[in-house]
Design a protein around this ligand. Structure first.
Ligand SMILES: Nc1ncnc2c1ncn2[C@@H]1O[C@H](COP(=O)(O)OP(=O)(O)O)[C@@H](O)[C@H]1O
Ligand SMILES: [Mg+2]
Length: 430
């Protein structure tokens, strides 16, 4: 047994960091395995979930599964810049296709399928990025038409050069960054969906996997109503009790530190099953357990300390962004009982009547929610209810606004009004 492994902290809190043990997610993996069996692609995958729920690390697993099943895999994070207009989106796709085709020599078969290649358009002898760009430029028509042609030619090349390849997965993480821009007459999201729908109809096995925050769904519906038929949607949730236990305990096999039953319970309760928080809290607890044990003291999870650190590292930089009035609205939401199961404009407006000194009317709540959606504080599900877009944000806001009367005289939490000062004392100008 190497001693470093024995004492090393195994937990990995951090965006896209592969966890020491990937708990649960079996169902999602088998759903994807089914999609890989399609000969004609009728369904693509949409993987959505809150930040930190484990989308990116699951995507890595899916990639491995795809490659084991002889699918080629391309893709990347979709930044806003990559999808501002159709030309950028086309560039993104051409770059990704080139990853699969760049080692394929352009032979007579490929030349025939792209008749204009004989002309001087393509100097290169390989179907690499430059060749595809040359092709793109030599073709005429809209970006979508040129892309269709490029995909078709590329697939002819791939299937003759590497007949074992079942298809190509195009996987895009952070896809909520994509947006149509009607004012500029640029529709990159629609372009992407149209392209895949069209090439899939021609039996080209190119599958689209889109990954992102829950706001993504609305964007896709707005782009193309047929999107729902094209995708199998996975709403990635927090881990259940059993999976949380495994995420906490399995990494401790062969480790010096072991968590007590009580601390496992505390970690589960504090993290509420959110993978990022499990990794974060376990990492802190592991270090503290080591220290306490070496001092001969009883090891416990330093709850308050970890929460304070999490507030500082994770939540507070988000909390700096909204205006004071937006914060008041968010605080009212956080104090709605059962807000975890969604909240409506009416419920919020109602709550502000008892909760805020200056209530907020429904139409104004609606407008503010739109702004807060853009800031990724809330999102709206298709059935109309709003949710917090950050795990356990409500608890943080409650902690943050606990003593708000002192910092923020505009706010009067009447829940505690009995114990507090007289109403006149809180009348302070905003
Ligand atoms: N199934 C899981 N079991 C244990 N830890 C996980 C699991 N999924 C994700 N994590 C951990 O949670 C954190 C966030 O994962 P990530 O994939 O970056 O989330 P997202 O992409 O949804 O924001 C990482 O530290 C990762 O190691
Ligand atoms: Mg991610």
């Amino acid at each position: 047994m190497e001693s470093k492994g024995f004492t090393e902290n195994p937990y990995k809190p951090g965006a896209g960091h592969r966890p020491p043990f990937l708990a649960g997610r079996k169902e999602e993996q088998s759903q994807f395995a089914e999609l890989l069996k399609q000969r004609v692609i009728l369904k693509n995958m949409l993987l959505m979930g809150l930040r930190g729920v484990g989308k990116t690390v699951l995507l890595e697993e899916l990639k491995e599964a795809a490659m084991k099943s002889n699918w080629a895999w391309v893709g990347s994070d979709l930044s806003e810049a990559a999808s501002t207009d159709e030309l950028r989106m086309a560039q993104r796709l051409v770059t990704d296709i080139a990853l699969v085709t760049s080692r394929i020599k352009i032979d007579s078969k490929i030349e025939k399928s792209a008749g204009f290649l004989q002309a001087k358009t393509v100097v290169n002898r390989y179907l690499d990025y430059q060749a595809l760009v040359d092709l793109y430029n030599a073709l005429s028509g809209l970006p979508i038409d040129r892309l269709k042609e490029i995909v078709k030619i590329s697939w002819i090349a791939i299937s003759s050069f590497a007949p074992k390849v079942e298809g190509v997965v195009f996987a895009y993480d952070e896809a909520q960054n994509m947006a149509n821009h009607p004012a500029k007459e640029q529709y990159p999201t629609s372009l992407l969906l149209d392209l895949f729908q069209s090439i899939q109809r021609q039996d080209i096995p190119a599958m689209l996997v889109l990954v992102g925050l829950p706001t993504l769904q609305k964007k896709l519906i707005e782009a193309r109503t047929y999107f729902e038929r094209m995708f199998e949607t996975i709403d990635l949730c927090k881990l259940n009790d059993k999976d949380s236990t495994e995420a906490i305990l399995i990494p401790l096999k062969d480790k010096q530190v072991g968590f007590t039953d009580l601390s496992v319970k505390t970690i589960k309760q504090m993290s509420d099953g959110y993978p990022y928080f499990i990794q974060y809290i376990c990492k802190e607890a592991f270090d503290r357990f080591g220290e306490l044990e070496s001092e001969g003291r009883e090891p416990i999870v330093p709850r308050e300390e970890i929460i304070a650190k999490l507030d500082r590292d994770f939540y507070r930089r988000r909390w700096d962004k909204p205006t004071e009035r937006q914060k008041e609205l968010l605080a009212a939401i956080a104090h709605i009982d059962g807000h975890e199961d969604g909240f409506t404009v009416q419920e919020i407006s109602e709550k502000t009547k008892s909760f805020l000194e200056k209530p907020i009317k429904s139409n104004q709540v609606s407008q503010m929610l739109t702004a807060l959606t853009e800031m990724h504080f809330v999102f709206k599900r298709s059935h109309g209810k709003y949710f917090f877009a950050v795990p356990m944000l409500g608890d943080f806001i409650k902690r943050e606004t606990e003593n708000w009367e002192k910092i923020q005289p505009g706010l009067l939490n009447r829940k505690n009004a009995g114990e507090m000062d007289s109403p006149s004392a809180s009348k302070t100008p905003e």
